[in-house]
Design a protein around this ligand. Sequence first.
Ligand code: 9UX
Length: 72
Amino acid sequence: MTAVTHPPGTGQVELVIGGMTCASCANRIEKKLNKLDGVTATVNYATEKARVDFTGDVSPEALIATVEQAGY
Ligand code: 9UX
């Protein structure tokens, strides 16, 4: 089954990430997110937020799951 939840294109989401206790955490999360296809992520340690730009078929759920798997 193919489910298209939004047209192909670009989108942006902002994730609030709790539990980052040093600046390296932000880099760790950024690397994981950027491994996903079509994802360009910038994680701001100071604001505890991740800005994620994505293209194509990327679900916010997948982004959140990635952050959680990194331990946050
Ligand atoms: Mo800093 Mo974050 O020592 O996973 S890298 S707490």
